[in-house]
Design a protein around this ligand. Sequence first.
Ligand SMILES: Nc1ncnc2c1ncn2[C@@H]1O[C@H](COP(=O)(O)OP(=O)(O)OP(=O)(O)O)[C@@H](O)[C@H]1O
Length: 265
Amino acid sequence: MPNTAPMSTAAVPAAEPLVRVEDLTCAYGDNVVLRDVSFAVPRGEVLTILGGSGCGKSTLLKHLIGLERPASGRIWLAGRELTAAEGQARRRILATFGVAYQAGALFGSMSVLENVMLPLAEHTALDLPARELVARLKLREVGLEAYADYAPSELSGGMQKRAAIARALALDPAIIFLDEPSAGLDPITSAELDALILRLSRALSLTFIVVTHELASIFTIADRALMLDKQEKGIIAVGKPAELRDHHPDPRVTRFFRRGEETQA
Ligand SMILES: Nc1ncnc2c1ncn2[C@@H]1O[C@H](COP(=O)(O)OP(=O)(O)OP(=O)(O)O)[C@@H](O)[C@H]1O
């Protein structure tokens, strides 16, 4: 089997975080959304990013995946500084991770298999049969090998999310970014997706950074949760979800984790 990874992360020392953010400030023109944000994510961790509407979750994700340039600060992915890289070096860093977006993840004009093959055509020199073979393996990893020739519109919402994850896995990334994976899914399908994320993270030592506000998901998948706040323009809490819920001194944090408890009691 050819090595399809465009660059190896094996050279990153185990102690080195796979994602490191230092004094990151994100702004749209004069509108500063996040100021001097710093955190690190070790290899194999599932980190969820949460917080109220408009606090900057998507903004942070877009900066981490290079869709937006920071006003200031630095981002390292798998030991390489994204914020200092241009051209080919930047493209190589961007190929170390996979992304699955909330909406519009799959191209409707292509089959599920062709969607998963796409990053392989863009970033590797594999020939067509090899690309197909790798893509079929990725579909198997998410339980969709029987749906390779379907159009995305023929799949259920949960299956589309899994296909998007298969495409995010195509280049054997070290890091996967997911934007609201549970959005629009019923609780059972959402739980199945959570189980898939956990299985992939444990089996492949994948690092996941997941934007979500679904408590059930957060408590199932997150090793740690990072909570942003709009007024603070930054992080107000980082830690294990149960510890944040039970012991965090900031009522904004405990309220977030305990919402719904009153109505369930
Ligand atoms: N492309 C953009 N141009 C200008 N301002 C933007 C842009 N994208 C986001 N913003 C602003 O940045 C702030 C943070 O938005 P962002 O979408 O990151 O928040 P969020 O936490 O993801 O919110 P939600 O949970 O509602 O999706 C908001 O005030 C928003 O209006």
